[in-house]
Ligand binder design. Structure first.
Ligand SMILES: [Zn+2]
Length: 423
């Protein structure tokens, strides 16, 4: 798709980014939907197009064994540690076209601008287009960024997709060598900082009428599967006081989760799955299975909440004569954004006339994986449509893309890793 411009309107850098976001959306597995999962033909096509744009912008391009596409814009000093930026180019099924891709295409357009002017920096800049972040095809997220961080878990190579193909075989079929994954890890201290530009994927900036925000931390998360077992019985014959209704125990538990997570601003708790196996209209539920997801930017807040929730669960179950089995399925600590990099974003926002706004990220991002090897920071860009994401209705304004580019360029132009200084 090509956007046309009337003579009165000068196309901005935001227009180029928007045009490319729409062009890349053509690389999809499902017609009329944005679906691009790891190592599919659509995924390969997008990688090729991203690499071509990187070369046009004056970068050299390399691929690593997990399929990351890394563009390097050389600096005055080739030995200086790298300012790395980037995001992911896979998507969820029937997702949006901005999630991840903005953080790849925006820096490419900015670098093309500098390249045109012959401008280089004392440090190299690398744009990492991470091959996998969403975890859709093999149920293992952040494969690309973990490979660069050196934290790729070899066990995930045995994961299979819906067709029974192992990740190992899918990699070989796409000409990537699983034995070479450890070589994708960035050498120690080679990354001076990693900064990721990403759409907010939420409604906070939109509600406050702000285009951009600086991320303070990427929330840590704890996930559980909970099974409650009461006694099934006839809905007509068992008096209320004699019941051991598993669904009512679940309801009381869910309301406690909501109440416990409502009084700390950056703490959230969600019960996203809730089933009554073999349930029927005229049967008192004997068994309920539910999921619980608790997140916070501050690990202590999350751990204190999960401790309270577990204690309350025991109390509810004892009182109701219901048995509970709580299994932790996932846990990750929060990743705090480096103060000096946050200050750098704020200074760039100020120089561009933007309100300085900080907010945590409730969603996980590639920066989280890179945090184990380099200081990280993120810039959020406002979403339209109520902030919806992972959905075809995901949107972003061209003016916001231009403003984010101006802020990104300002940030890089003031970046000084040696002095941990960006102003
Ligand atoms: Zn994303």
């Amino acid at each position: 798709m090509s956007l046309t411009f009337t003579s009165a309107i000068q196309p901005t850098i935001g227009h180029e980014i928007m045009e490319r976001l729409h062009l890349l959306a053509q690389y999809t597995e499902q017609d009329g939907m944005m679906t691009r999962t790891y190592l599919t033909p659509a995924h390969r096509g997008a990688a090729g197009q991203i690499a071509a744009w990187m070369r046009d912008a004056g970068m050299t391009v390399r691929r690593d064994a997990v399929g990351n596409v890394i563009g390097r814009y050389e600096g005055h000093n080739a030995d200086a540690s790298v300012l790395m930026t980037g995001s992911h180019f896979d998507t969820v099924r029937n997702g949006g076209i901005y999630d991840g891709l903005l953080g790849i295409l925006l820096p490419i357009s900015c670098i093309a601008n500098w390249h045109k002017q012959g401008l280089r920096f004392p440090f190299p800049i690398e744009v990492a287009a991470f091959s996998e972040e969403e975890g859709v095809r093999f149920k293992a997220p952040m494969l690309g960024s973990r490979a660069i961080a050196g934290t790729f878990q070899q066990s995930v190579l045995d994961h299979v997709d819906e067709l029974g193909i192992t990740m190992r075989d899918a990699m070989k079929a796409a000409d990537f060598n699983p034995l070479q994954i450890s070589a994708a890890a960035a050498p120690r201290d080679s990354i001076a900082a990693f900064v990721e530009v990403h759409i907010e994927q939420g409604p906070v900036l939109l509600n406050e009428n702000l285009a951009l925000g600086v991320v303070t931390a990427i929330a840590g998360a704890t996930r559980y599967m909970l099974e409650l077992e009461g006694i099934a019985g006839h809905a007509g014959t068992v008096p209320m006081h004699m019941r051991h209704d598993a669904a009512m125990a679940a309801a009381e538990f869910a309301l406690f989760v909501e109440q416990r997570c409502s009084h700390t601003p950056e703490l959230v708790g969600t019960i996203g799955q809730w089933t009554v196996p073999n349930g029927a209209t005229n049967v008192i539920p004997g068994r309920v299975v539910l999921s619980l997801d608790v997140r916070a930017g501050d690990d202590a807040q999350r751990l204190s909440a999960t401790a309270d929730i577990t204690t309350e669960l025991e109390r509810i179950c004892t009182r109701r004569g219901v048995r509970s089995t709580l299994k932790k399925t996932y846990e990750t600590s929060s990743a705090v954004c480096a103060d000096w990099l946050q200050q750098g974003w704020h200074a760039s926002l100020e120089r561009n006339g933007c309100t300085m706004r900080s907010l945590p990220s409730g969603a996980g991002h590639d920066a989280m994986a890179i945090a184990s090897v380099a200081p990280i920071a993120m810039l959020f860009v406002r979403c339209g449509n109520g902030g919806i994401s992972h959905n075809p209705a995901e949107t972003m304004a061209v003016e916001d893309a231009t403003l984010a580019s101006d802020v990104f360029m300002d940030f890089v132009e003031h970046f000084d890793a040696l002095n941990k200084n960006t102003v």
